[in-house]
Design a protein around this ligand. Structure first.
Ligand SMILES: [Zn+2]
Length: 467
């Protein structure tokens, strides 16, 4: 028999004979293995070797998968497994819709089984500010709430919101660590900040008053990059974020920040002149670099979305998260890259646009700087755990397979293994198998059903036209 293990092992050697599943499991140090790697020997006895706690954790999970499918007698086998990427992430957007602590833990449970080792937590956006910041209580008194929700079929004027206390966020960090994951908090800036601007007045250009948004979209209200006071406010916020989240990375956003207000703002224009910048894209580079310098001083590494490359002046030590394909990426940019391909890895788009096969067969190594992958679930149209599970699984499993496995099997084999192993993961509301790869004629009505309407959505049209 051929064992089904997902993510698939790097090397599997089948031996003759069987071993009782009740045999004791022993562990040994295997210093030659990289972090997360493991060896699993089943040959009369059961032994797991690793050089890291995560390696033992993943080895035990592989054994659990084997026991799940084999019952009392396990075929003898030697497995040697090492990860393809060291950065294997999933992202939850807790700003558009609030994710309860219990639901986040549930997602961490699932994703640990997929050997994801990074939980990227999108904590702030136009529609809500979620982390408690003690220096600015107004952020959670005001910025955590919006006056209505207008996303597809969800249309109401009810006050919506919620926030995480610092203790709750620390609890998530501990929980993730116990599952061999780091937590990368994202505080989005200079755009996607309406909730921040609604709370801390004076941060927008020209003293503009801003409200937290109740619709999806890209908004012109961004942080004034010329105002020095704004940097001090952001440093104070980030001080607390760094204190809550002890792992190496902080994500500072940088996506979808329209520059119209910077163009019209005398303070921003003065900054461009003083710093000898050529344009507003370079001003974003300046802004991100300045925050990077501050966070580096605190021992952190910074991640930004790929728009920050546009000015051409981004610090080389900043990690870039690619979601679109700007021309700047095709140049010899030295920045490390995390790949979150919009057309394959954005799990908030319906299966009719991003079928499982397309996710599985994607090759993320777009250039030699790719250090890992991140699959996001944005939540404008995803309001609860049930929908989150439906959108993420099994597509997250396909991403996990690519993130872990250097020599993944053909899609048809993956589908067979997936069918066999699905009950092992313990999902409660996964998408039905009939929906994973919908056929041509059913795709468009499914997309319309998901978004309510697609007439105004340029990105959805691009999906069908371009890819
Ligand atoms: Zn300004």
């Amino acid at each position: 028999m051929k064992l089904s293990i997902i993510p698939s092992p790097y090397e599997t050697e089948y031996l003759t004979g069987f071993t009782k599943a009740t045999a004791p499991v022993t562990e040994y140090d295997a210093e030659n293995l990289p972090a997360d790697g493991f060896e699993l020997h089943i040959d009369g006895s059961i032994r797991i070797g690793a050089s890291s706690l995560s390696g033992f954790f993943y080895g035990r999970q592989a054994l659990s998968q084997i026991m799940f499918q084999c019952g009392q007698n396990i075929p003898n086998v030697h497995i040697r497994d090492i990860p393809r990427y060291t950065y294997r992430a999933f992202m939850i957007d807790s700003a558009r819709h609030f994710t309860s602590i219990a639901d986040i833990k549930k997602m961490i449970d699932y994703c640990a089984k997929l050997r994801f080792n990074v939980f990227h937590w999108h904590l702030t956006d136009d529609q809500g500010w979620r982390p408690e910041i003690k220096a600015f209580p107004v952020l959670t008194q005001k910025g955590a709430y919006r006056k209505g929700s207008h996303f597809g079929a969800e249309q109401n004027e009810d006050v919506y919101g919620g926030f995480y206390t610092q203790d709750e966020m620390r609890d998530i960090v501990s929980y993730a660590h116990a599952n061999h994951m780091i937590v990368v908090p994202e505080i989005d800036m200079p755009g996607h900040v309406s909730a921040l601007l609604s709370s801390v007045e004076g941060m927008a250009c020209n003293g503009k008053k801003v409200e937290a948004k109740t619709t999806a979209g890209i908004f012109r209200d961004i942080i004034c990059a010329g105002n020095d006071d704004n940097y001090d406010i952001l440093y104070e916020i980030l001080d607390e974020i760094c204190d809550i989240f002890p792992d190496s990375y902080i994500h500072i956003g940088g996506d979808e920040a329209p520059k119209a207000q910077w163009k019209d703002c005398p303070v921003c224009r003065q900054r461009i002149e003083d710093e000898k910048l050529r344009n507003e894209d370079e001003l974003q580079g300046y802004f991100i670099n300045r925050i990077n310098k501050y966070l580096k001083g605190k021992g952190k590494k910074v991640i930004t979305w790929n728009e920050s490359l546009k000015g051409g002046n981004l610090d080389e030590d900043i990690t870039v998260q690619r979601w679109m394909d700007p021309k700047e990426l095709s140049k010899a940019s030295p920045n490390a890259i995390i790949n979150s391909d919009f057309y394959r890895y954005y799990a908030d788009y319906p299966y009719a646009m991003t079928p499982l096969k397309k996710v599985y067969e994607y090759e993320p190594q777009v250039n030699s700087n790719v250090v890992g992958v991140d699959t996001p679930i944005w939540t404008e149209y995803v309001a609860d755990l049930e929908k989150t599970e439906y959108m993420c699984f099994p597509r997250f499993i396909a991403v996990a397979q690519t993130a872990w496995c250097k020599n993944k099997p053909a899609y048809s084999r993956f589908r067979q293994e997936l069918t066999e192993m699905l009950p092992w993961y313990g999902f409660t509301s996964i998408a039905d198998e009939s929906e994973w790869d919908p056929s041509g004629v059913t795709r468009l009505p499914r997309v319309v059903k998901h978004f309510g309407s697609i007439s105004k959505n340029k990105r959805i049209r691009e999906f069908f036209l371009k890819k």
